[in-house]
Design a binder for this molecule. Structure first.
Ligand code: DI6
Ligand code: FE
Length: 396
């Protein structure tokens, strides 16, 4: 995909019979194969014959909670056997159970379980993944989660960006005193996370079951004071005007947004904020309220697609499945879906100067697919046509 159609609405920008030259981990030339001889000294180069198949940018999952302890299989089964939310909570289930399991896990245990989940994404051509904290909810455990996420990026051939999500939910020890917990997030956690360089951005969950827009505003002010980008879980279950707040403060992205009011889309566009849609959570929670996609298109708000991989609302390990769901559940076109996990996902992470499209000067992160048609990536369910992945110029 090239960068010249602003929202992926027109076409893929495919080059038929294309060729790409790579040097020192970056793309140094891209065009038609017949022209490469004049542009690049091919005799010096190692060549890879792609036999006319599709090459795309490496896929980018711009919203995950991949690092956590335990899982919620039992809760899934209890729910489908008729247990109510309070019965599940009483049986130790829900998000608090993941917090307990994450606190009880060593960094090595968290690393190993997240590495296994990440391997599935990587096998489908994912070359960049964002990972959030938010299951530690005290300083030491949030730092532990973020350190594990950073280590995944250091040890595996994948680019990892990290997001501090201390304001995910109120931990048990601050029950009924969420303002005091927000004080802790703003006054101690964000400064410590920033000082250690463990997060690229700060996120929060703005919802009536989590934090108010007013509380989120305090978190964002603290983040910006420490030079961190901001993004928000907004309007997932109700309209809290979180997206409007986030946009007014220059957020990179607003994520979920099923309950975003059409009239608020212009504000999201004006700030250059990206709309991140999470069809896995929509599916798993059996939501019915669709994000305002016609309004997003009309205002040309870039749309990204992500897995939201987490144990409670989106136990997903496949970004390709999210393309299928984005098309089937949200009626995105396959071109919009692909832009959602490449160009627009890069924008949602503030990395569009480096990744997300195949352009001279960008990282040589790309995928060779066993198909010629980009729509096949959205069409197939449970199929993995990923053949070869190049990460920063090296075949993975
Ligand atoms: N929204 C969600 O759907 C998840 N977090 C969030 O902010 C739920 C996470 C969980 O249940 O573990
Ligand atoms: Fe999430």
């Amino acid at each position: 995909m090239r960068a010249d159609d602003a929202n992926g609405l027109i076409d893929y920008g495919l080059i038929s019979k294309g060729a790409i030259a790579v040097q020192d981990g970056k793309i140094v030339w891209i065009g038609e194969t017949q022209d490469i001889q004049d542009a690049v000294d091919a005799n010096q180069a190692k060549t890879l014959d792609c036999q006319g198949r599709l090459v795309t940018p490496g896929l980018i999952d711009c919203h995950t909670h991949l690092v956590y302890g335990g899982d919620r299989t039992k809760e899934f089964e209890l729910r489908l056997n008729g247990a109510t939310y309070s019965e599940i909570a009483a049986a130790g289930g829900g998000i608090v159970s993941t917090v307990a399991a994450t606190r009880a896990s060593t960094a090595d245990e968290l690393f190993d379980s997240a590495k296994n989940r990440l391997a599935t994404f990587m096998a489908e051509g994912v070359t960049t993944v964002e990972i959030k904290s938010g299951y530690g909810l005290d300083l030491d455990n949030e730092l532990k989660m973020l350190s594990v996420a950073r280590k995944l990026g250091e040890q595996l051939p994948i680019n990892v960006t990290t997001t501090f999500l201390g304001a995910h939910t109120t931990p048990p020890e601050y029950k009924d005193n969420s303002d005091a917990y927000i004080d802790l997030v703003c006054d101690q956690m964000i400064p410590a996370v920033a000082a250690k360089g463990l997060a690229d951005s700060v996120d929060a969950f703005c919802e009536n079951i989590a934090f108010s827009a007013q509380q989120v505003q305090r978190v964002f002010q603290a983040a910006q004071k420490h030079g961190l980008a901001i993004k928000l879980h907004a309007e997932q279950l109700s309209d809290q005007k979180g997206a409007v707040l986030a946009a007014s403060m220059g957020a990179q992205s607003v994520d979920h947004i099923e309950f975003l009011n059409e009239g608020d889309v212009a504000a999201v566009k004006a700030s250059g904020t990206i709309a991140v849609l999470l069809p896995g959570a929509f599916y798993f929670l059996r939501e019915t309220q669709l994000p305002p996609i016609p309004a997003l298109r009309q205002h040309r708000v870039p749309i990204a697609i992500a897995s939201d991989s987490n144990p409670g609302s989106s136990p997903v390990s496949s970004l390709l499945l999210m393309l299928s769901m984005a098309c089937t559940l949200f009626k995105l076109t396959p071109a919009e879906a692909l832009a959602g996990v490449t160009r627009n996902a890069a924008k949602a992470l503030g990395l569009d100067h480096q990744i997300g499209t195949l352009e001279v000067g960008k990282h040589a992160d790309m995928v060779l697919w066993n198909t010629t048609d980009p729509a096949a990536l959205s069409y197939r369910i449970g199929d993995n046509p990923c053949q070869t992945v190049m990460f920063k110029g090296s075949v993975r």
